[in-house]
Design a protein around this ligand. Structure first.
Ligand SMILES: Nc1ncnc2c1ncn2[C@@H]1O[C@H](COP(=O)(O)OP(=O)(O)OP(=O)(O)O)[C@@H](O)[C@H]1O
Ligand SMILES: [Mg+2]
Length: 186
């Protein structure tokens, strides 16, 4: 494969090693800071339809945020991985309506959310981001394919500060974030 591909794999390895240096407690405290920064964000406050993700244990924890936004009356969308390449957006109605899918992700059990054009803001997880909004994901291209279908949505990447790097290696398929929020920028 290309140089970019191996550079991406190397960076994923570096980030995986960095993650092991911080306890779950530390990451939870940072996650709460990030959740608060998102709640204070004018774009999020203004948006009625928001997509986010239901975090895995090693990601910025946005699970509480999903419930807070739901209580505020927003339409909350979560991804479901339907095969090895594609995300299907689904409406989140509460923690009881989630079921484990591939990659042990908890995903909504309901119908696909078809009104893609109404999604105003998307909170995007990542292994690494740089200051230009370039993103490194887990390496399947799920978000690159999906984000191409929602060009109107404002995209906020979230990560812990130790996941930021000077330059993320990217190719033509990689979608750029409009903004990146991490714990140190607060
Ligand atoms: N829109 C697309 N159409 C076809 N192939 C794509 C598209 N987007 C990405 N890919 C391919 O998918 C593979 C994985 O992409 P990449 O390494 O950027 O994943 P990633 O962004 O880190 O993963 P993820 O979004 O799943 O977290 C690459 O071979 C890439 O070329
Ligand atoms: Mg990519």
């Amino acid at each position: 494969m290309s140089d970019i591909h191996s550079l991406k794999q190397q960076l994923r390895q570096v980030i995986r090693q960095r993650k092991q240096q911080y306890s779950l407690e530390q990451r939870q405290a940072w996650s709460q800071e990030i959740e608060q920064a998102l709640l204070d964000h004018p774009r999020l406050q203004a948006a009625r339809v928001v997509m986010l993700y239901y975090a895995l244990p090693d990601e910025v924890d946005t699970r509480q945020l999903a419930d807070t936004l739901l209580k505020e009356g927003k339409t909350v969308i979560l991804p479901k991985c339907v095969d090895k390449q594609h995300i299907e957006p689904r409406q989140y109605t509460g923690p009881d309506d989630l079921a484990e899918g591939i990659y042990h992700l908890l995903e909504p059990v309901g119908k696909p959310y078809d009104a893609l054009g109404s999604i105003e803001l998307i909170i995007v997880p990542g292994m690494s981001f740089d200051s230009k909004g370039h993103r490194l994901g887990r390496g399947r291209g799920y978000y690159d394919r999906f984000l191409a279908q929602v060009p109107q949505a404002y995209k906020i990447g979230v990560c812990f500060d130790f996941q930021r790097v000077e330059q993320v290696p990217v190719d033509d398929n990689d979608r750029v974030m409009d903004e990146v929020i991490c714990n140190k920028t607060l």
